[in-house]
Design a protein around this ligand. Sequence first.
Ligand SMILES: NC(=O)c1ccc[n+]([C@@H]2O[C@H](COP(=O)([O-])OP(=O)(O)OC[C@H]3O[C@@H](n4cnc5c(N)ncnc54)[C@H](O)[C@@H]3O)[C@@H](O)[C@H]2O)c1
Length: 352
Amino acid sequence: MFNLTIDLPEAPYPIVIQNNVIKEMGQKILPFIQRKKVVIITDKNVYAAYGEALIQNIEKSGFQVHLILLYPGENSKSLGVLECIYKELLSYNMTKSDLLIAFGGGVIGDLTGFAAATFLRGVPFIQIPTSLIAQVDSSIGGKTAVNLKEGKNLVGSFYHPKAVFIDPQLLQSLSPRFFSDGMAEVIKYGCIKDSELFLKLEKLDKDQLMLHIDEIVFRCCEIKKRVVEEDEKDENTRMLLNFGHTFGHGVEKVFNYKKYTHGEGVAIGMYHITKKSEEMGYTQMGTSNRIKALLTKLNLPSQLPDIDETQLLEALSPDKKTRGDDIHLILLRSIGDSFIHPIAKRDLKDFF
Ligand SMILES: NC(=O)c1ccc[n+]([C@@H]2O[C@H](COP(=O)([O-])OP(=O)(O)OC[C@H]3O[C@@H](n4cnc5c(N)ncnc54)[C@H](O)[C@@H]3O)[C@@H](O)[C@H]2O)c1
């Protein structure tokens, strides 16, 4: 079991990483709720695997539980679904003294977080992340959002949960593709801030990962905690978390989010940008080969697919990493040591 606190001045909150913690949720939520009403938002996959057990456990502690069950996948992160959630919350007479629970992957976490931020101008919520991406990344740091048809995460806010409860054992039922997807973010943490974590991943066999998963999740959460505490609103060091993402988002977008998952895009992005920065003398030689070998071991792609260059550059430009006329690329000096490299948007083509 590992405990962390996100130490933000206005609202510090705990992160508990504990195998089988979902079997204790009835007790664990007690400090975060004033009345007896709990609304759980989840998707059908997560509900099928763990929904009944979670609800029974919370009801056993005397809470009245309402369930909002959504279709799995990115399409649920929409304004239309958000409106349905508001209506359901109204029908349950949800108040600021009740508690909303996000029980699922990053889609459920981002959507529930945004619903919590905006319903009645803010109701309390907690995160119980169930996918690897959600456990190591999206449940921590307060970014909430929905998508528009024009792009992903275009409407959102910073709104932190009251607590995050992470049960690494839930990852047992995650599909191999989504597990690898999350491993891309884990590798990213090693690349930007933790050479020991990277080394550990290099040494472990793929089948040994689950045996060490609680410690791996903890190390990632610990890095995210430090970065978020230093730069909550994503104006400076938090941008380091975007290593591989500028390029990755571009690749995802060119293929209309159909061919590559987020983690696969990031994997390609991490390798490609490091290979370039190595050629330009910013990065220790051999770094990109280490990244590529680890990605390959964990079933992640590294090679840039056959894409029209103009199309890719266009896909990169409205990225959130652009500020004014600059784009902030994240580069490595070596594994575990990253820095922000601002370049003018017009120089992007030359860089790549
Ligand atoms: N807020 C942030 O800081 C942040 C950071 C990274 C990603 N994100 C967002 O996260 C989303 C991607 O997250 P994701 O990959 O978790 O997507 P997701 O929520 O769609 O989950 C992926 C799939 O895994 C299934 N699943 C989840 N947990 C499971 C479990 N334990 N067992 C079996 N199946 C399970 C889900 O039903 C879904 O089909 C994107 O919308 C992205 O924008 C947000």
